[in-house]
Write a protein that binds this ligand. Structure first.
Ligand SMILES: Nc1ncnc2c1ncn2[C@@H]1O[C@H](COP(=O)(O)OP(=O)(O)O)[C@@H](O)[C@H]1O
Ligand SMILES: O=C(OP(=O)(O)O)[C@H](O)COP(=O)(O)O
Length: 405
């Protein structure tokens, strides 16, 4: 992949050039308060490198999953404020409440060398995520018209063939930013030479997105530990009731197939044996621990239980490589944080024992930091969850492949 120096050479220097930077600034928010700014911090080195070189930097990013129309709770305004602070309040950072259009164009035209403009959430425009190539291409063209060059630095989105990740790279001189280069280097080592036993831990809430990776992961990992919202489709596939828990009904058959394939290949799929259940998705809902095969019909599973914590720790005890994406429970609420804490601690132990441990994903990274762990407690904390998983599967990621041309 081309570097920032390659791009500088191609453009005849960066000073005075307008560079569109696609970052992943999809941070967890409580109202307008950022609860973990890891992704904003990770975006700084590339932006700083460009502004130091005299470029005018236009940052584009998404937040959450709005459906192609503005929604105040998904505004990037608080993120732009945090970026301004992280850049030391010296670099002028202007937030524009529009992604493309007159105001965005005017703001970009008014920039001086070394300035930063942050545009509003890309996913407020339907073109960003459109399935239709023309619609996506049109939006990408509008983004491209703002700049002289494009830098892809949002590692967490390189698995998305979206306008700002994929199409725009085809319309402008481009390069991968420093974060994308650094992340790919770690993931490549993990993909090409994992020391064994190699375990992958999967959890979280993006169940339909991430169930598919299991098909390939059972061909590369020795052990797969499943927690979080993923669990219930597995329990259902085993014939158990899952109450009101997250469930991908139409994936139950597919998951049954995964269980069979894994058994044939001698790959262990480790499922929780007990679950913390509650009546609703809320911190003050009464909760209890039940056996995984006995979830009452009116309750929802929100964490793995204590026996599962022990089981997971045991299954990790001899691993030499561990990749973890997706919290084991709704860790943002204290009563459902224990499983995620236990897995984080098991990984820290493995790091100390010399294993390569990687935690990936916005919420997973936020969780380990919220529990007070330091970056050094893990081999690597990746900004990408789904992106890392798809890379580890061996897939060609559209947002990386397009940078190779
Ligand atoms: N059993 C569960 N039911 C509902 N949500 C869950 C459950 N377990 C975990 N979650 C939620 O999953 C979210 C993170 O999922 P995801 O986005 O897939 O992870 P990451 O951002 O690390 O890739 C968290 O907000 C957490 O509350
Ligand atoms: O949060 C993200 O991914 P992750 O939850 O897999 O880490 C990225 O910002 C991608 O977001 P998306 O899954 O809505 O495309």
């Amino acid at each position: 992949m081309r570097t920032l120096s390659d791009l500088a050479e191609q453009l005849g220097g960066l000073a005075g050039k307008t560079i569109l930077v696609r970052s992943d600034l999809n941070v967890p928010l409580a109202g307008t308060t950022i609860t973990d700014d890891g992704r904003v911090r990770a975006s700084v080195p590339t932006i700083r490198h460009l502004t130091d070189a005299g470029a005018r930097v236009v940052v584009v990013a998404h937040l959450g999953r709005p459906k192609g129309a503005p929604e105040a709770r998904y505004s990037l305004a608080p993120v732009a404020d945090r970026l301004r602070e992280l850049l030391g309040n010296i670099t002028p950072v202007t937030f524009v409440e529009e992604t493309v259009g007159e105001r965005a164009t005017e703001a970009v035209e008014a920039m001086s060398d070394g300035d930063v403009v942050v545009l509003e959430n890309l996913r407020f425009t339907p073109g960003e995520t459109a399935k239709d190539d023309d619609e996506r291409g049109k939006f990408a063209q509008q983004l491209a018209e703002l700049a002289d060059g494009y830098v892809s630095d949002g590692f967490g989105v390189v698995h998305r063939a979206q306008a700002s990740v994929y199409d725009v790279a085809r319309a402008l001189p481009h390069a991968a930013g420093m974060l994308v280069h650094a992340e790919v280097e770690v993931m490549r080592a993990l993909r090409e030479q994992p020391r064994r036993p190699y375990a992958v831990i999967l959890g979280g809430a993006k169940v339909s997105d991430k169930l598919g990776v299991i098909e390939s992961l059972i061909t590369v990992a020795d052990r797969l530990l499943v927690g979080g919202g993923m669990v219930f489709t597995f329990l259902k596939a085993q014939g158990y009731e899952v109450g009101t828990s997250l469930l991908e009904e139409d994936q139950v058959e597919t998951v049954r197939g995964y269980l069979q394939t894994a058994a044939q290949r001698g790959v262990e799929i480790v499922l929780p044996v007990d679950i913390v259940v509650a009546a609703s998705f809320s911190a003050d809902a009464e909760h209890q621990v039940v056996a995984a095969d006995a979830i009452p019909a009116h309750l929802m599973g929100l964490d793995i239980g204590p026996a599962s914590e022990e089981l997971f720790a045991e299954k990790l005890a001899d691993t030499q490589t561990v990749f973890w994406n997706g919290p084991m429970g709704a860790f943002e609420m204290e009563p459902f944080a224990s499983g995620t804490k236990a897995v984080a601690e098991a990984l820290v132990k493995r790091t100390k024992a010399g294993a390569l441990t990687v935690v990936g994903g916005g919420d997973s990274a936020a969780a380990v930091r919220a529990f007070g762990h330091a970056d050094e407690d893990f081999g690597h904390i990746s900004t990408g969850g789904g992106a890392s998983l798809e890379y580890l599967e061996g897939k060609e990621l559209p947002g990386l492949q397009v940078l190779e041309d």
